[in-house]
Design a protein around this ligand. Structure first.
Ligand code: UD1
Length: 371
């Protein structure tokens, strides 16, 4: 039976891997091993997603934890190499653009094990983003490149990736959203927080470029405090962001903004689905709000997910006080349009991935795996 290793490591990986593991399990002709690198390890950043999304307990936990980019990536590589050498997989499947993604792709490629990359081809063209480096390197190492939107196909072709490696399958994160939307609405999170559907804003910020310096985070906090005088602002804070808000002495400056602990998948989805708007610097939330038809303001100079702007509800804004205030005010006057579903964001991306992987492994069967 062919053997596939799935890799997940950080929060945004978990909702992507869930439908993939499930689709392979339903198909039933491949052996699966799920590896958690331990890049994220807090219960609220990791375990809750496994429980809520019914992801099987990882077969292997590399337990690498937080560190500098080089140390974290290196630790993952050292530990993951042992797993690959021990278990001789026929394919390693990685998702997204985090350090775990590139680290495991590099290990597999060096051992001659084919790599499949889910969410390939996205480009912000911003080399200052660690994720952009991870995306480009992972794609260069991959044999199967699964794309979510047409820009991904275009970018990969422009980089010289042969057409036969590119598979436009849609968006596995949206598979998860569509499968769990009703449960998310049933959590009652909006009632628990005492806010009215449509009235409040949800904020998530964690990019180093926005939260690691007082010069950027200070004016953002000021803008949020100003908005919170008029409408509820709910801000589930990433550990990095909370630590910086405290370090820079900004907690008080936030005024009526409600800082929450990181939420689980269902509660966060329930909250965003009923929000008046979302302000974020996340990649995935730009996609989720597009499908939910909720206006999204992305505090970044660029996006690697342009379909969320051209088809969806997303708008890029500068992370400055005035730009945030103007953008939120303009939403009040004229809600953004959009909300069209990008092609193949239909809840069946994982099944398409299974079909492609099966065909790929069938074709390769008999070929020696170098370890
Ligand atoms: C990582 C990803 C980013 C993704 C984000 C989602 C990379 C380069 N970045 O960024 O693309 O959008 O995850 O959350 O892979 N921490 C905890 N508990 C945890 C995990 C992290 O407290 O469970 C704290 C630690 O102080 C750590 C910091 O968060 O140093 C940053 O964690 P790290 O995994 O390095 O990067 P993220 O900012 O989470």
């Amino acid at each position: 039976m062919p053997h596939i290793i799935h890799v997940a490591g950080a929060r945004p990986n978990f909702m992507k891997i869930a439908p993939i593991v499930d689709a392979f399990a339903r198909e039933g002709t491949l052996r699966q091993t799920l590896v958690h690198t331990g890049q994220h390890y807090d219960s609220a950043m990791s375990h809750i997603f496994f429980d809520e999304l019914g992801i099987p307990r990882p077969d292997v936990d590399l337990g690498v934890g937080s560190a500098s980019h080089a140390v974290q990536t290196a630790r993952i590589m050292i530990e993951f190499e042992k797993v690959v050498l021990d278990s001789h997989p026929d394919l390693v499947l990685v998702v997204g653009d985090v350090n775990s993604t590139v680290a495991c792709a590099l290990v597999a490629a060096k051992l001659g094990v084919p790599v499949a990359h889910v969410e390939a081809g996205l480009r912000s063209f911003d080399w200052g983003m660690p994720e952009e480096i991870n995306r480009v390197v992972t794609d260069r190492l991959s044999d199967l490149l699964f794309t979510t939107e047409e820009s991904g196909n275009h970018n990969l072709r422009a980089e010289g990736v042969p057409d036969e490696r590119i598979h436009f399958v849609g968006n596995v994160m949206i598979d998860t959203l569509l499968a769990h939307r009703d449960r998310a609405l049933a959590t009652g999170i909006v009632q628990q927080l005492g806010v009215k559907p449509g009235s409040y804003g949800v904020v998530t910020l964690h990019r180093p470029s926005n939260v690691d310096s007082l010069e950027t985070l200070g004016p953002i906090a000021e803008a949020l405090a100003h908005i919170a005088k008029k409408r509820p602002i709910l801000f589930p804070a990433h550990p990095r962001t909370r630590a910086n808000l405290e370090r820079f002495g900004l907690m008080e400056a936030l005024g009526d903004v409600r800082i929450l602990a990181p939420l689980g998948y269902l509660e966060f989805l329930g909250l965003t689905a009923q929000a008046g708007f979302v302000l974020t610097d996340s990649g995935g939330i730009q996609e989720e709000t597009t499908v939910l038809g909720v206006p999204c303001l992305t505090a970044r100079p660029n996006t690697e997910r342009p379909v969320t702007v051209t088809e969806g509800t997303n708008r890029l804004i500068e992370p400055t006080r005035d730009a945030i205030l103007d953008a939120v005010a303009s939403l009040e006057n004229a809600p953004v349009g959009g909300g069209r579903q990008p092609p193949l964001w239909d809840g069946h991306a994982a099944e398409r991935i299974v079909d492609v992987v099966k065909a790929f492994l069938r074709e390769r069967s008999g070929a020696p795996v170098r370890t």
